[in-house]
Design a protein around this ligand. Structure first.
Ligand code: UD1
Ligand code: CA
Length: 478
Protein backbone atom coordinates (compact mmCIF):
# COMPACT_ATOMS: atom_id res chain seq x y z
CA UNK A 1 0.00 0.00 0.00
CA UNK A 2 1.44 3.37 -0.96
CA UNK A 3 2.03 6.10 1.56
CA UNK A 4 -0.28 8.50 -0.22
CA UNK A 5 -3.11 5.97 0.03
CA UNK A 6 -2.35 5.46 3.71
CA UNK A 7 -2.31 9.13 4.47
CA UNK A 8 -5.42 9.97 2.46
CA UNK A 9 -7.28 7.18 4.28
CA UNK A 10 -5.99 8.54 7.57
CA UNK A 11 -7.21 12.04 6.73
CA UNK A 12 -10.61 10.67 5.70
CA UNK A 13 -11.23 8.60 8.80
CA UNK A 14 -13.30 9.81 11.72
CA UNK A 15 -13.19 8.04 15.10
CA UNK A 16 -15.92 8.13 17.72
CA UNK A 17 -15.08 6.79 21.18
CA UNK A 18 -18.13 5.94 23.29
CA UNK A 19 -17.37 6.93 26.86
CA UNK A 20 -20.62 8.19 28.36
CA UNK A 21 -21.83 5.13 30.28
CA UNK A 22 -21.69 4.72 34.06
CA UNK A 23 -20.75 1.06 33.97
CA UNK A 24 -23.21 -0.39 36.46
CA UNK A 25 -21.35 -3.68 36.73
CA UNK A 26 -18.27 -1.93 38.14
CA UNK A 27 -20.35 -1.05 41.24
CA UNK A 28 -18.59 2.28 41.48
CA UNK A 29 -19.45 5.94 41.84
CA UNK A 30 -16.86 6.68 39.17
CA UNK A 31 -17.62 6.38 35.48
CA UNK A 32 -16.17 3.12 34.21
CA UNK A 33 -13.84 4.66 31.61
CA UNK A 34 -12.08 6.63 34.38
CA UNK A 35 -10.96 3.47 36.14
CA UNK A 36 -7.28 2.81 35.59
CA UNK A 37 -5.34 -0.09 34.13
CA UNK A 38 -1.62 0.01 33.44
CA UNK A 39 -1.52 3.42 35.13
CA UNK A 40 -3.88 5.16 32.66
CA UNK A 41 -7.64 5.61 32.57
CA UNK A 42 -9.29 3.00 30.33
CA UNK A 43 -10.41 5.67 27.87
CA UNK A 44 -6.85 7.03 27.53
CA UNK A 45 -5.69 3.69 26.13
CA UNK A 46 -8.49 3.77 23.59
CA UNK A 47 -7.71 7.37 22.62
CA UNK A 48 -4.02 6.43 22.17
CA UNK A 49 -4.98 3.62 19.77
CA UNK A 50 -7.40 5.96 17.94
CA UNK A 51 -4.58 8.43 17.26
CA UNK A 52 -3.05 5.85 14.92
CA UNK A 53 -6.05 5.79 12.57
CA UNK A 54 -7.48 9.32 12.44
CA UNK A 55 -6.38 12.93 12.92
CA UNK A 56 -7.20 14.36 16.34
CA UNK A 57 -9.53 16.93 14.84
CA UNK A 58 -11.61 14.06 13.43
CA UNK A 59 -11.69 12.19 16.75
CA UNK A 60 -14.69 12.63 19.03
CA UNK A 61 -15.38 11.21 22.45
CA UNK A 62 -19.01 10.90 23.51
CA UNK A 63 -19.23 11.81 27.18
CA UNK A 64 -22.04 11.77 29.75
CA UNK A 65 -21.34 10.34 33.18
CA UNK A 66 -18.69 12.54 34.85
CA UNK A 67 -18.22 14.24 31.51
CA UNK A 68 -15.96 16.96 32.95
CA UNK A 69 -13.46 14.45 34.35
CA UNK A 70 -13.45 12.34 31.20
CA UNK A 71 -13.01 15.44 29.00
CA UNK A 72 -10.20 16.77 31.24
CA UNK A 73 -8.24 13.56 30.74
CA UNK A 74 -8.69 13.59 26.96
CA UNK A 75 -8.43 17.36 26.38
CA UNK A 76 -4.61 17.38 25.99
CA UNK A 77 -4.98 15.12 22.96
CA UNK A 78 -6.85 17.84 21.10
CA UNK A 79 -9.89 15.70 20.36
CA UNK A 80 -13.50 16.92 20.32
CA UNK A 81 -16.43 16.05 22.56
CA UNK A 82 -20.13 15.43 22.14
CA UNK A 83 -22.33 15.16 25.21
CA UNK A 84 -24.88 12.36 25.30
CA UNK A 85 -27.85 13.55 27.32
CA UNK A 86 -29.32 10.54 29.13
CA UNK A 87 -27.47 7.27 28.59
CA UNK A 88 -29.92 5.40 26.37
CA UNK A 89 -27.50 2.90 24.88
CA UNK A 90 -24.58 2.62 22.47
CA UNK A 91 -26.75 3.47 19.43
CA UNK A 92 -28.09 6.54 21.18
CA UNK A 93 -24.51 7.58 22.04
CA UNK A 94 -23.35 7.41 18.43
CA UNK A 95 -26.53 9.09 17.17
CA UNK A 96 -25.69 12.05 19.41
CA UNK A 97 -22.80 12.78 17.00
CA UNK A 98 -24.94 12.84 13.89
CA UNK A 99 -25.36 16.58 13.63
CA UNK A 100 -21.70 17.24 14.24
CA UNK A 101 -20.30 14.56 11.92
CA UNK A 102 -22.80 13.79 9.16
CA UNK A 103 -21.19 16.14 6.66
CA UNK A 104 -17.88 14.23 6.89
CA UNK A 105 -17.66 11.38 4.42
CA UNK A 106 -15.02 8.66 4.32
CA UNK A 107 -14.82 6.07 7.07
CA UNK A 108 -16.23 6.25 10.55
CA UNK A 109 -14.71 4.01 13.17
CA UNK A 110 -16.51 3.42 16.46
CA UNK A 111 -14.55 2.33 19.53
CA UNK A 112 -15.88 1.59 23.00
CA UNK A 113 -14.06 3.39 25.79
CA UNK A 114 -13.84 0.22 27.86
CA UNK A 115 -11.54 -1.82 25.57
CA UNK A 116 -8.05 -0.73 26.66
CA UNK A 117 -5.97 -3.51 25.12
CA UNK A 118 -6.72 -2.62 21.52
CA UNK A 119 -3.63 -2.20 19.34
CA UNK A 120 -3.20 0.32 16.51
CA UNK A 121 -2.17 -2.54 14.21
CA UNK A 122 -5.58 -4.16 14.62
CA UNK A 123 -7.34 -0.88 13.85
CA UNK A 124 -5.24 -0.53 10.69
CA UNK A 125 -6.28 -4.03 9.63
CA UNK A 126 -9.94 -3.17 10.22
CA UNK A 127 -9.70 0.04 8.22
CA UNK A 128 -7.80 -1.62 5.36
CA UNK A 129 -10.27 -4.51 5.12
CA UNK A 130 -13.22 -2.09 5.16
CA UNK A 131 -11.62 0.07 2.44
CA UNK A 132 -10.81 -2.93 0.25
CA UNK A 133 -14.10 -4.82 0.65
CA UNK A 134 -16.57 -2.08 -0.23
CA UNK A 135 -18.91 -3.34 2.51
CA UNK A 136 -21.18 -0.87 4.28
CA UNK A 137 -19.43 -1.73 7.52
CA UNK A 138 -16.92 -4.15 9.01
CA UNK A 139 -16.72 -5.19 12.61
CA UNK A 140 -14.11 -7.04 14.60
CA UNK A 141 -15.13 -10.46 15.89
CA UNK A 142 -13.36 -13.18 17.81
CA UNK A 143 -14.14 -16.59 19.20
CA UNK A 144 -14.35 -16.95 22.96
CA UNK A 145 -14.48 -20.16 24.93
CA UNK A 146 -16.75 -18.34 27.38
CA UNK A 147 -18.68 -15.74 25.37
CA UNK A 148 -21.00 -14.72 28.20
CA UNK A 149 -21.70 -11.01 28.48
CA UNK A 150 -20.86 -10.28 24.83
CA UNK A 151 -23.14 -9.80 21.83
CA UNK A 152 -23.25 -12.92 19.60
CA UNK A 153 -22.58 -12.49 15.89
CA UNK A 154 -24.89 -14.16 13.36
CA UNK A 155 -23.07 -14.87 10.09
CA UNK A 156 -24.50 -15.95 6.72
CA UNK A 157 -22.99 -18.55 4.40
CA UNK A 158 -20.53 -15.99 2.98
CA UNK A 159 -19.17 -15.04 6.39
CA UNK A 160 -21.01 -11.71 6.40
CA UNK A 161 -22.74 -10.43 9.51
CA UNK A 162 -26.52 -10.39 9.33
CA UNK A 163 -27.28 -9.57 12.96
CA UNK A 164 -25.82 -9.17 16.44
CA UNK A 165 -27.84 -10.55 19.32
CA UNK A 166 -27.20 -9.25 22.83
CA UNK A 167 -26.90 -11.87 25.53
CA UNK A 168 -30.13 -10.81 27.26
CA UNK A 169 -32.19 -11.28 24.10
CA UNK A 170 -30.40 -14.41 22.85
CA UNK A 171 -32.21 -17.74 22.47
CA UNK A 172 -30.43 -20.76 24.00
CA UNK A 173 -29.22 -21.71 20.51
CA UNK A 174 -27.85 -18.20 19.94
CA UNK A 175 -26.21 -18.23 23.38
CA UNK A 176 -24.15 -21.22 22.29
CA UNK A 177 -22.57 -19.11 19.50
CA UNK A 178 -18.98 -18.38 20.48
CA UNK A 179 -18.29 -15.71 17.85
CA UNK A 180 -18.67 -12.38 19.66
CA UNK A 181 -18.91 -8.71 18.78
CA UNK A 182 -15.86 -6.80 20.01
CA UNK A 183 -17.64 -3.44 19.78
CA UNK A 184 -15.15 -2.12 17.22
CA UNK A 185 -16.72 -1.08 13.94
CA UNK A 186 -15.74 0.70 10.77
CA UNK A 187 -18.62 2.18 8.74
CA UNK A 188 -18.94 3.99 5.47
CA UNK A 189 -19.89 7.23 7.18
CA UNK A 190 -22.67 8.38 4.80
CA UNK A 191 -24.47 5.00 5.04
CA UNK A 192 -24.25 5.02 8.81
CA UNK A 193 -25.71 8.52 9.14
CA UNK A 194 -28.45 7.79 6.63
CA UNK A 195 -29.64 4.66 8.48
CA UNK A 196 -28.86 5.30 12.14
CA UNK A 197 -32.23 7.05 12.47
CA UNK A 198 -33.85 3.63 11.97
CA UNK A 199 -32.61 2.32 15.34
CA UNK A 200 -35.54 1.46 17.61
CA UNK A 201 -35.51 0.95 21.40
CA UNK A 202 -34.73 -2.58 22.45
CA UNK A 203 -37.88 -4.28 23.71
CA UNK A 204 -36.29 -5.46 26.96
CA UNK A 205 -34.12 -2.50 27.97
CA UNK A 206 -35.57 0.45 26.07
CA UNK A 207 -32.03 1.34 24.90
CA UNK A 208 -30.88 1.99 21.34
CA UNK A 209 -28.33 -0.70 20.47
CA UNK A 210 -25.64 0.22 17.97
CA UNK A 211 -25.38 -3.50 17.28
CA UNK A 212 -28.78 -3.36 15.53
CA UNK A 213 -27.07 -1.47 12.67
CA UNK A 214 -25.88 -4.83 11.31
CA UNK A 215 -29.45 -5.96 10.74
CA UNK A 216 -30.60 -2.57 9.44
CA UNK A 217 -27.81 -2.30 6.86
CA UNK A 218 -28.34 -5.93 5.77
CA UNK A 219 -32.08 -5.27 5.38
CA UNK A 220 -31.24 -2.44 2.96
CA UNK A 221 -29.19 -4.83 0.85
CA UNK A 222 -25.77 -3.75 2.13
CA UNK A 223 -23.00 -6.05 3.25
CA UNK A 224 -21.56 -6.04 6.77
CA UNK A 225 -18.19 -7.80 6.92
CA UNK A 226 -16.30 -9.34 9.83
CA UNK A 227 -12.62 -9.16 10.66
CA UNK A 228 -11.98 -12.23 12.75
CA UNK A 229 -9.11 -11.85 15.23
CA UNK A 230 -7.36 -14.88 16.70
CA UNK A 231 -6.02 -13.27 19.89
CA UNK A 232 -9.07 -12.37 21.98
CA UNK A 233 -6.95 -10.67 24.69
CA UNK A 234 -6.87 -7.45 22.72
CA UNK A 235 -10.64 -7.20 22.57
CA UNK A 236 -11.31 -7.56 26.28
CA UNK A 237 -14.18 -5.23 27.25
CA UNK A 238 -14.03 -4.15 30.88
CA UNK A 239 -17.36 -4.46 32.64
CA UNK A 240 -16.33 -5.61 36.13
CA UNK A 241 -13.37 -5.09 38.47
CA UNK A 242 -12.32 -8.66 37.79
CA UNK A 243 -11.89 -7.78 34.11
CA UNK A 244 -10.18 -4.53 35.14
CA UNK A 245 -7.56 -6.57 37.01
CA UNK A 246 -7.18 -8.85 33.96
CA UNK A 247 -6.54 -5.85 31.70
CA UNK A 248 -4.11 -4.37 34.19
CA UNK A 249 -2.14 -7.61 34.31
CA UNK A 250 -1.93 -7.80 30.50
CA UNK A 251 -0.77 -4.17 30.26
CA UNK A 252 1.87 -4.63 32.97
CA UNK A 253 3.13 -7.80 31.29
CA UNK A 254 3.38 -6.00 27.95
CA UNK A 255 5.30 -3.13 29.56
CA UNK A 256 7.78 -5.39 31.35
CA UNK A 257 8.32 -7.40 28.19
CA UNK A 258 8.97 -4.26 26.18
CA UNK A 259 11.52 -2.99 28.74
CA UNK A 260 13.27 -6.36 29.03
CA UNK A 261 13.63 -6.53 25.23
CA UNK A 262 15.12 -3.03 25.37
CA UNK A 263 17.83 -4.16 27.81
CA UNK A 264 16.40 -3.78 31.31
CA UNK A 265 16.73 -6.69 33.77
CA UNK A 266 13.50 -7.26 35.68
CA UNK A 267 13.60 -9.89 38.40
CA UNK A 268 10.28 -11.67 38.92
CA UNK A 269 8.46 -9.38 36.48
CA UNK A 270 5.09 -10.77 37.55
CA UNK A 271 5.52 -8.90 40.86
CA UNK A 272 6.53 -5.54 39.38
CA UNK A 273 4.14 -2.65 38.54
CA UNK A 274 5.34 -0.30 35.79
CA UNK A 275 3.09 2.41 34.32
CA UNK A 276 2.82 2.85 30.55
CA UNK A 277 4.81 6.08 30.23
CA UNK A 278 7.77 5.04 32.42
CA UNK A 279 11.18 4.91 30.70
CA UNK A 280 14.13 2.83 31.91
CA UNK A 281 17.71 2.80 30.52
CA UNK A 282 19.77 -0.26 29.54
CA UNK A 283 21.44 -2.45 32.15
CA UNK A 284 19.27 -1.13 34.93
CA UNK A 285 18.12 -3.88 37.29
CA UNK A 286 14.62 -3.77 38.71
CA UNK A 287 14.16 -6.01 41.75
CA UNK A 288 10.88 -7.74 42.74
CA UNK A 289 7.81 -5.89 44.02
CA UNK A 290 8.88 -2.44 42.82
CA UNK A 291 6.36 0.13 41.55
CA UNK A 292 7.53 2.57 38.86
CA UNK A 293 4.71 5.03 38.37
CA UNK A 294 3.57 8.07 36.39
CA UNK A 295 6.19 9.81 34.28
CA UNK A 296 9.20 8.22 36.03
CA UNK A 297 12.39 8.14 33.96
CA UNK A 298 15.35 6.00 35.02
CA UNK A 299 18.81 6.15 33.50
CA UNK A 300 21.28 3.39 32.65
CA UNK A 301 22.94 0.94 35.06
CA UNK A 302 20.72 1.84 38.00
CA UNK A 303 19.46 -0.63 40.59
CA UNK A 304 15.94 -0.28 41.91
CA UNK A 305 15.65 -2.28 45.11
CA UNK A 306 12.87 -4.61 46.14
CA UNK A 307 9.67 -2.90 47.21
CA UNK A 308 10.77 0.60 46.11
CA UNK A 309 8.06 2.99 44.88
CA UNK A 310 9.11 5.70 42.43
CA UNK A 311 6.47 8.15 41.28
CA UNK A 312 6.99 10.72 38.51
CA UNK A 313 10.67 11.03 39.37
CA UNK A 314 13.86 11.29 37.32
CA UNK A 315 16.95 9.20 38.02
CA UNK A 316 20.21 9.77 36.15
CA UNK A 317 22.67 6.89 35.48
CA UNK A 318 24.16 4.50 38.07
CA UNK A 319 21.73 5.49 40.81
CA UNK A 320 21.08 2.92 43.53
CA UNK A 321 17.68 2.97 45.17
CA UNK A 322 17.95 0.44 47.99
CA UNK A 323 14.88 -1.61 49.02
CA UNK A 324 11.67 -0.10 50.43
CA UNK A 325 12.44 3.47 49.46
CA UNK A 326 9.69 5.88 48.37
CA UNK A 327 10.47 8.68 45.92
CA UNK A 328 7.86 11.15 44.64
CA UNK A 329 8.30 14.00 42.12
CA UNK A 330 12.01 14.19 42.81
CA UNK A 331 15.32 13.98 40.96
CA UNK A 332 18.36 11.86 41.78
CA UNK A 333 21.67 12.52 40.02
CA UNK A 334 24.35 10.14 38.75
CA UNK A 335 25.96 7.80 41.23
CA UNK A 336 23.75 8.79 44.16
CA UNK A 337 22.44 6.19 46.60
CA UNK A 338 19.18 6.39 48.49
CA UNK A 339 17.63 3.97 50.97
CA UNK A 340 16.96 1.40 52.21
CA UNK A 341 13.80 2.81 53.85
CA UNK A 342 14.36 6.41 52.73
CA UNK A 343 11.57 8.77 51.77
CA UNK A 344 12.01 11.53 49.20
CA UNK A 345 8.97 13.77 49.19
CA UNK A 346 8.21 16.14 46.29
CA UNK A 347 10.80 18.57 44.94
CA UNK A 348 13.77 16.85 46.43
CA UNK A 349 16.99 16.85 44.42
CA UNK A 350 19.79 14.50 45.40
CA UNK A 351 23.10 15.57 43.83
CA UNK A 352 25.67 13.33 42.17
CA UNK A 353 27.24 10.71 44.47
CA UNK A 354 25.21 11.92 47.46
CA UNK A 355 23.96 9.36 49.99
CA UNK A 356 20.59 9.25 51.73
CA UNK A 357 20.31 6.36 54.17
CA UNK A 358 17.69 4.53 56.19
CA UNK A 359 14.83 6.44 57.78
CA UNK A 360 15.89 9.74 56.26
CA UNK A 361 13.07 11.95 54.96
CA UNK A 362 13.75 14.73 52.46
CA UNK A 363 11.26 17.39 51.36
CA UNK A 364 11.89 20.33 48.99
CA UNK A 365 15.58 19.87 49.56
CA UNK A 366 18.62 20.09 47.39
CA UNK A 367 21.43 17.87 48.57
CA UNK A 368 24.76 18.87 46.95
CA UNK A 369 27.30 16.62 45.29
CA UNK A 370 28.59 13.93 47.65
CA UNK A 371 26.58 15.20 50.63
CA UNK A 372 25.50 12.53 53.09
CA UNK A 373 22.69 11.89 55.51
CA UNK A 374 22.93 8.24 56.36
CA UNK A 375 20.49 7.61 59.20
CA UNK A 376 17.30 8.87 60.86
CA UNK A 377 16.83 12.49 59.83
CA UNK A 378 14.17 14.97 58.70
CA UNK A 379 15.51 17.41 56.15
CA UNK A 380 12.94 19.86 54.78
CA UNK A 381 12.97 23.16 52.82
CA UNK A 382 16.72 23.29 52.54
CA UNK A 383 19.77 23.92 50.38
CA UNK A 384 22.66 21.71 51.37
CA UNK A 385 26.11 22.24 49.85
CA UNK A 386 28.48 19.67 48.40
CA UNK A 387 30.24 17.35 50.82
CA UNK A 388 28.08 18.21 53.84
CA UNK A 389 27.67 15.47 56.44
CA UNK A 390 24.45 15.33 58.42
CA UNK A 391 24.62 13.13 61.51
CA UNK A 392 22.08 10.59 62.67
CA UNK A 393 18.94 11.98 64.22
CA UNK A 394 19.26 15.51 62.83
CA UNK A 395 15.97 17.38 62.55
CA UNK A 396 15.34 20.48 60.46
CA UNK A 397 12.64 22.51 62.22
CA UNK A 398 11.22 24.13 59.08
CA UNK A 399 7.75 25.01 60.39
CA UNK A 400 6.90 27.50 63.11
CA UNK A 401 3.23 26.61 63.18
CA UNK A 402 2.35 29.22 60.58
CA UNK A 403 5.06 29.40 57.94
CA UNK A 404 7.75 27.21 56.42
CA UNK A 405 11.34 28.51 56.64
CA UNK A 406 14.56 27.63 54.81
CA UNK A 407 17.77 26.12 56.09
CA UNK A 408 21.01 26.74 54.15
CA UNK A 409 24.15 24.74 54.83
CA UNK A 410 27.45 25.64 53.13
CA UNK A 411 29.85 23.16 51.55
CA UNK A 412 31.62 20.59 53.71
CA UNK A 413 29.86 21.63 56.93
CA UNK A 414 29.50 18.90 59.56
CA UNK A 415 26.26 18.60 61.48
CA UNK A 416 26.73 16.47 64.60
CA UNK A 417 24.27 13.72 65.45
CA UNK A 418 20.97 14.57 67.09
CA UNK A 419 21.15 18.25 66.17
CA UNK A 420 18.05 20.40 65.88
CA UNK A 421 18.34 23.20 63.32
CA UNK A 422 15.62 25.82 63.83
CA UNK A 423 14.90 27.61 60.53
CA UNK A 424 15.35 30.18 59.10
CA UNK A 425 19.03 29.54 59.56
CA UNK A 426 22.29 29.67 57.66
CA UNK A 427 25.26 27.47 58.50
CA UNK A 428 28.48 28.50 56.79
CA UNK A 429 30.89 26.33 54.80
CA UNK A 430 33.45 24.17 56.66
CA UNK A 431 31.72 24.81 60.00
CA UNK A 432 30.85 22.28 62.71
CA UNK A 433 27.72 21.85 64.80
CA UNK A 434 28.35 19.85 67.97
CA UNK A 435 26.25 16.72 68.52
CA UNK A 436 23.01 17.25 70.38
CA UNK A 437 22.87 21.00 69.67
CA UNK A 438 19.76 23.09 69.25
CA UNK A 439 20.90 25.72 66.74
CA UNK A 440 18.74 28.83 66.51
CA UNK A 441 21.18 31.38 65.06
CA UNK A 442 23.43 31.52 62.01
CA UNK A 443 26.84 29.84 62.15
CA UNK A 444 29.71 31.51 60.26
CA UNK A 445 32.15 29.65 58.02
CA UNK A 446 34.75 27.47 59.79
CA UNK A 447 33.16 28.04 63.25
CA UNK A 448 32.14 25.42 65.83
CA UNK A 449 28.65 25.96 67.19
CA UNK A 450 27.45 24.28 70.37
CA UNK A 451 23.92 24.73 71.63
CA UNK A 452 23.51 22.35 74.54
CA UNK A 453 23.85 22.25 78.32
CA UNK A 454 27.40 21.68 79.53
CA UNK A 455 27.94 18.18 80.94
CA UNK A 456 27.89 17.88 84.74
CA UNK A 457 29.86 15.08 86.48
CA UNK A 458 29.37 14.30 90.18
CA UNK A 459 32.24 12.05 91.40
CA UNK A 460 31.30 9.41 94.00
CA UNK A 461 27.60 10.17 93.60
CA UNK A 462 26.55 6.51 93.85
CA UNK A 463 28.33 5.85 97.12
CA UNK A 464 27.08 9.09 98.67
CA UNK A 465 23.45 8.65 97.85
CA UNK A 466 21.03 7.64 100.65
CA UNK A 467 21.87 4.17 101.96
CA UNK A 468 18.30 2.84 101.98
CA UNK A 469 16.98 2.18 98.47
CA UNK A 470 13.73 4.07 97.85
CA UNK A 471 10.57 2.03 97.19
CA UNK A 472 10.02 1.36 93.51
CA UNK A 473 6.84 3.47 93.19
CA UNK A 474 8.23 6.47 95.08
CA UNK A 475 8.02 9.80 93.20
CA UNK A 476 11.24 11.16 94.64
CA UNK A 477 13.06 7.86 94.29
CA UNK A 478 15.98 9.40 92.38
C1 UD1 B 1 -21.35 -3.93 24.01
C2 UD1 B 1 -22.07 -4.47 22.77
C3 UD1 B 1 -21.82 -5.97 22.70
C4 UD1 B 1 -20.34 -6.24 22.64
C5 UD1 B 1 -19.59 -5.58 23.81
C6 UD1 B 1 -18.10 -5.66 23.56
C7 UD1 B 1 -24.05 -3.05 22.45
C8 UD1 B 1 -25.51 -2.95 22.59
N1 UD1 B 1 -23.50 -4.19 22.86
O1 UD1 B 1 -21.96 -4.47 25.14
O2 UD1 B 1 -22.45 -6.51 21.53
O3 UD1 B 1 -20.11 -7.65 22.64
O4 UD1 B 1 -19.96 -4.20 23.93
O5 UD1 B 1 -17.36 -5.15 24.63
O6 UD1 B 1 -23.42 -2.12 21.93
N2 UD1 B 1 -21.85 3.88 26.34
C9 UD1 B 1 -22.21 5.19 26.11
N3 UD1 B 1 -23.52 5.55 26.24
C10 UD1 B 1 -24.50 4.68 26.57
C11 UD1 B 1 -24.13 3.32 26.79
C12 UD1 B 1 -22.81 2.95 26.67
O7 UD1 B 1 -21.34 6.02 25.80
O8 UD1 B 1 -25.65 5.09 26.65
C13 UD1 B 1 -20.42 3.49 26.24
C14 UD1 B 1 -19.88 2.99 27.54
O9 UD1 B 1 -19.27 4.05 28.29
C15 UD1 B 1 -18.85 1.95 27.11
C16 UD1 B 1 -19.34 1.49 25.76
O10 UD1 B 1 -20.31 2.42 25.32
O11 UD1 B 1 -17.57 2.50 26.97
C17 UD1 B 1 -19.92 0.08 25.77
O12 UD1 B 1 -21.02 0.03 26.66
P1 UD1 B 1 -21.31 -1.25 27.57
O13 UD1 B 1 -22.51 -0.96 28.38
O14 UD1 B 1 -20.09 -1.67 28.27
O15 UD1 B 1 -21.69 -2.34 26.47
P2 UD1 B 1 -21.71 -3.94 26.64
O16 UD1 B 1 -22.90 -4.31 27.44
O17 UD1 B 1 -20.40 -4.39 27.12
CA1 CA C 1 -18.51 -3.34 27.75
Amino acid sequence: MSNSFMSSTFMNTTVVILAAGLGTRMRSKRAKVLHRAGGLALVEHVAAAAAAVAPHDRTIAVTGHQAEEVEAILEPRGIGFVRQIGQKGTGHALAACRERLQSLDGLLMVLYGDTPLLSPATLHRLRDLQSASGAAATLITTTLEDPSGYGRVILNGHGDVTAIVEEKAATPAQKSIQVINSGIYCFQAPLLWRHIVELRPNAASGELYLTDMAEILTRHGHRVGALHIEDPDELLGINTRVELADADRVLRERKCRELMLEGVTIERPETVTIDMHVRVGVDTVVEPFTRLLGSTQIGEECRIGAGAILESSVLADRVVVAPYTIVANSRIETGAQVGPFARLRPESHVGPDAHVGNFVELKKTHLGRGAKSQHLAYIGDSEIGAGVNIGAGTIFCNYDGQKKHKTRIGERAFIGSNSTLVAPIEIGPDSYVGAGSVITGDVPAEALALGRARQVVKPGWVKNRKKEPAPLNSKDGK
